[in-house]
Design a protein around this ligand. Sequence first.
Ligand SMILES: C[S@@+](CC[C@H](N)C(=O)[O-])C[C@H]1O[C@@H](n2cnc3c(N)ncnc32)[C@H](O)[C@@H]1O
Length: 426
Amino acid sequence: MSRLREFKPKRSKASVDKPWQDEILIERLADDGRGVGKRQGKVVFVDRALPGETVVAKRYRSAKRFDEAECLSVSVPAVERIEPECRHYAQCGGCQLQHLGYASQVRFKQDLFDALLARLDGPVAEAPLLAERFGYRHRLRLAFQAGVLGLRAARSHEVVALECCEISQPALNKAVKALAGQQELLRAMYRGEVDLALGEGGYCHCRIRLEKSPSASLLDRMVSKIPITISEIKHKDNVLYSADVSLQYPSSDTVFRPGDFTQVNPAINAQLLQKVMDWLAPTPDAFILDAFSGLGNFSRELLASGARVLGLEGDAQMVARAREHVVSERITFRCQDLFSDSLELPRDLDAVVLDPPRAGAESLCRALVRQPVERVVYVSCDPSTLERDAKLLQAGGYTLEAACWADMFPQTRHMEAVMLFTRSQG
Ligand SMILES: C[S@@+](CC[C@H](N)C(=O)[O-])C[C@H]1O[C@@H](n2cnc3c(N)ncnc32)[C@H](O)[C@@H]1O
């Protein structure tokens, strides 16, 4: 009788690579913002190093074709190098580009976007959407452990006390300070995460997730002592406490709670909404699909233009929240898995705005090729899945008409891309 062969992973040569520390000359920036150099002929990605610099780097991981290293010191700095604004930059994994002057950050992202457009044989990019470089985030996820509230250190589970997150709005930092002051209570809460969110009018709420089930008295103490409105306390999937409270997204009718997806940068979101509206150019009788609609960020704007709107979203709670406060028969929010291979779109759609998670929207783009619409505006936080999906649309008869990127996340390597595709009917 034949037996199934036992699977034994091969021990890669990479996993036995020796640790090293060495001087590296940085030749260019990788797409993820790291410096790229070579050591003994092998490519090295060095965190927070810039082209033209000589740095002392220390390897922390190896793969077959490359090593990854941290930058211990800079022997020869680049002219674009600046002193990071944030005191936590060295430990925190949240920002990757604070050592690069803002004009150079914009140039770096513009170059990446232009290269993407060139690969797609697309048009010249329109001007990027830019706003504040710091103090923009309206929500933040922190961890707590052993009485310390803060950030998870890069490549570690250690929690580093947070005094101020420079990319977060000042009112959010005030709330962090108030919560961090409750050291004894935090210690009793053992370990977990807090989602903090700021709404219109400067109101701040939080959601707490505990790793260990609390006693009834600890739960009472949390509810009475924590100096920020608590929307929810959870242990794993169990809701232990929930208050009937919600926040209003800045300058909008969208209602949300900490932990919900919202665009992190309200000033850029306002510009993004305007761009989407300009490109979709909805007429009052148009029927528009807002795919991956979340809480209805784009849907509400489309409704205000007089269009009929269908919002499709995979998270049932977000769909329920999106339905709150909408009093129009011209808008419908439905829960649907948009990654399904058998997607069927309504027959009479005129246009689609889609804003998927990082995984992109392959199934939806295939559906849009089967059932073409006149206009598609694709909002993406991941250039690689956008490229894959854009090629699908182009092969299906769509033309990439206009494109730009938005600096939704200054000081980080991330960008938001927006593209308009059109297709002539018939
Ligand atoms: C980038 S957010 C965009 C939300 C919204 N458009 C906005 O501007 O706030 C992506 C959304 O896709 C939803 N999503 C993720 N996977 C999904 C799936 N398989 N089907 C439908 N929606 C999904 C998420 O819950 C999230 O709300």
